[in-house]
Design a protein around this ligand. Structure first.
Ligand code: OAD
Length: 268
């Protein structure tokens, strides 16, 4: 990077495809979650109200799969870029901790759809960072804790068969839920502010969008705003709504394309 004579501002927007090669399923891809499972039954506040046990089981399985996974060369390349760029922000839709475990510092990363290892109250502001891990803790701790257990959080009594052994809030007794954004919910305001503040400070020389179908308008908007006047590089084996705006397209798996791309940026 030192050979560059201008400030390199970078934004990277990632989605499930970046973790695919770590063995984490995508949502809409060939073996994606939403091919066999109904998001309305697992990833909405209504689903949680209707059957919290089912929802917790699904998130428990996902937590376990993530704990067993390792960052792949795509995560590591992004972490390298975070270290080398003069200004850097990663906006990930992924709720896993693989970017953090690859070495992207918390202050350079926004998890816009939350953190699967956080457990928070469904009613009040109580958040059990000790039991699931905030992004900051995530970066520090490799050994992920188990989902809530008896004694760590109060549990809803065994009189309710459906809610048996589910965690409830020590402050207000409402059910505790995974700290992720579900369909129909607002994005976390503070995290949106962090993205918008970064974009308001100026356009980026390079915007990389990797491993996302760019289904959500805010991802498209942020990518276009960031790349205004600069490069917009798409890393995805498939076409997306952003493809027509991209100045460069890498139709390859992220674990292949990103290490090469980051080498190019760093050495240019
Ligand atoms: P999707 O499952 O919608 O898209 C995954 C994208 O990754 C697709 O465009 C694939 O072509 C691409 N892909 C697959 N394998 C890849 C690889 N090895 N390298 C690079 N790209 C690859 O996942 P997201 O776009 O992340 O939200 O989905 C966005 C949100 O929708 C998720 O955060 C989740 C989901 O519903 C909620 O649960 C609220």
């Amino acid at each position: 990077m030192s050979s560059r004579s201008y400030i390199v501002r970078v934004i990277v927007l990632t989605g499930a495809g970046v973790s695919a090669e770590s063995g984490i399923p995508t949502f809409r891809g060939k073996d994606g979650y939403w091919r066999n499972l109904d998001p309305a039954k697992l990833a909405t506040p209504e689903a949680f109200a209707h059957d919290p046990k089912l929802v917790w089981e699904w998130y428990g399985e996902r937590r376990q799969r993530i704990r067993n996974a390792q960052p792949n060369p795509a995560h590591k390349a992004i972490a390298r870029l975070a270290q080398c760029a003069n200004e850097f922000l990663l906006v990930t839709q992924n709720v896993d901790d693989l970017h953090a475990r690859a070495g992207v510092p918390n202050e350079k990363m926004v998890q816009i759809h939350g953190d699967i290892f956080v457990t928070r109250c469904s009613c009040c502001d109580f958040s059990d960072v000790g039991n699931g891990g905030s992004a900051a803790l995530t970066a520090l701790r490799r050994d992920r804790p188990e989902p809530p257990t008896r004694g760590q959080l109060r549990l809803i009594g065994p009189t309710s068969a459906q809610n048996e052994r589910l965690p409830c809030c020590p402050k207000c007794s409402a059910p505790m839920r995974p700290g992720v954004v579900w369909f129909g919910e607002q994005l976390p305001w503070k995290e949106v502010q962090r993205v918008e503040n970064y974009l308001d400070r100026g356009a980026c020389n390079v915007a990389i969008v990797a491993g996302t179908t760019a289904t959500f308008g805010y991802i498209v908007d942020w990518a276009l705003q960031a790349s205004h006047g600069g490069e917009l590089i798409e890393v995805n084996p498939e076409e997306t709504p952003l493809s027509t705006f991209a100045t460069r397209i890498m139709r390859e798996p992220a674990a292949i394309a990103l290490p090469r791309l980051v080498d190019e940026i760093i050495n240019s």
